[in-house]
Design a protein around this ligand. Sequence first.
Ligand code: FNR
Length: 355
Amino acid sequence: MNTGLAELREKARAVLDPVHYDYYAGGVGDEVVLGENEAAFRRLALLPRVLRGRATRDLTVDLPGGRLRLPVLVAPTAFHRLAHPEGEVATARAAAAAGTVLVSGVASTVAIGDVVAAARSVDATASVWFQLYPQPDEAVTACLVERAERAGCTALVVTVDSPVFGRHRRDAEHGFHDLPAGLATENMRDLPGGVRDIVMSPEVSWDHLDRLRETTSLPLWLKGVLHPRDAVLAVEHGVAGVVVSNHGGRQSDLAPAAVEALPAVVDAVAGRVPVVLDGGVRGGGDVAVALALGAAAVGVGRPVLWGLAADGAAGVGRVLDLLRDEFDHVLALCGGRDPADLTRDLVVTRGRGVS
Ligand code: FNR
C-alpha cells in the first residue's frame, strides 16, 4: 500500500468510532475476497519499456459521463457522514478539485442535489454520477433516477451484485444495523408508496434494466459484473460502461479478486464500451496494472473513506493526489506517455518468469 494512504488509514482508525471503522473496513464472511483484492495486485508485476518516455505525461481519460484528469474515480460508498460531519459534501468538493468523478451512492447521508451543488461550487463543469440499486418497485427506481437527473448528475451507475445483503461479521458482532440519530439516507425521503429503505431483490432482472434505461437519457454503467458473459449481455442491453467489481469484498466471499476477473471481461467487451475496475486499489502501481489489463480507469472506495475521516475534504484530496502522483511516476518508469501506453504485454505474474 502507498505509505501515505496507510498513514491516512491509521489516522482514520484513531479518530473513528471502532464500530464505524469496522463498518468501512470490513467485508463479507471470512473476508477472503477483502484480502484477495489487495493480494492479487501484489502477485502482478509490470515489465517496463525503455527509451520511449515523455517529460510530462497526459493522465486524462474520457468516459461516458465525464472527463477524468486522472484515471481514478471515487467509487460509491455509503454513509460518509459517519466519517466526517460534512460527509459527501466534503468528498464531492475534493473529487471536483482533483478533476475526477464522484460516484455518489443512493445510500448517501447528504441528498444528491446538495452533493452535486458542492462539486459544482468548486468546478462548474464537475461531473457527479449517481449510483443506485434497481428497486423491485420500479416507481421507486424511476423517482430516484429523476432526482439524479434533476440534480445534474451526468451518468447513472446501476449496482447489480447485491441480490441480497452481504453478511458482514464485524457489523453483526458489533450489532451495527442503523445510522445513529441525526443521520439518514437522504435520497430515500418522500418516495412513492412511502418507501424509506433500499430493497435488495434477487428477482431484479435484465428486464428491469431495460425499463430503467428507457426512463433516462443518461449514460448507464453496470457495476458489479464479474462473469464475461454478463459483460456481453450488458453491452447487448445498451450500457455505456461496465464496472468489474466484487463490491470491495462485501457481497460474495467466493468471488475472485477483482483484478483477476478483469482480463476476461475486457476480452468479452472487446472495446465496445469502457471497463472500470474497483477493489483493492491501494497505490498508483495498482492503477497502472489495472489499466495495463484493459481498464479505462479504476475506482477507489475505502481509501477515500480513510482520507475523509482523517481530514475531511483535504484528506480525500490527499488520497487522490497521492494516487495521481504515484501513478504518474509508475507510468514514467514504464516508458509511458499516457495511459494508452500501458498494454497487457507489460503485465507478468510474479514467480512465473517472463515469456
Ligand atoms: C461500498 N460499496 C458500495 N457499492 C455500491 O455500489 N453501493 C454502495 O452503497 C456501496 N457501499 C459501500 C460502503 C462501504 C463502506 C464500502 C467499503 C464499499 C462498494 C464500493 O463501491 C467499491 O466497489 C469498493 O469499495 C471497492 O473496493 P475498495 O476500493 O474499497 O477496496
